[in-house]
Write a protein that binds this ligand. Structure first.
Ligand SMILES: [Zn+2]
Length: 62
């Protein structure tokens, strides 16, 4: 099942790569602070959840 909570804690760009989707910043809910993304090892604001449209994008990809 999809991990809508983004437990992996990776940034939006890494999520897009992982899911083959095209999440926009407005599709995500972000943490307040930037964190080190374990996917690309850069400081990013990590999505902590997704808005409805973001969830749809992930669901529709597979
Ligand atoms: Zn990343």
């Amino acid at each position: 099942m999809r991990d809508f909570g983004n437990k992996a804690g990776v940034c939006r760009q890494c999520l897009n790569q992982r899911y083959g989707t095209s999440l926009l910043p407005s599709d995500c809910r972000y943490s307040t602070y930037s964190m080190l993304c374990p996917g690309c090892n850069q400081m990013h604001q990590i999505p902590i959840g997704f808005r409805f449209r973001g969830k749809m994008k992930i669901i529709l990809k597979k």
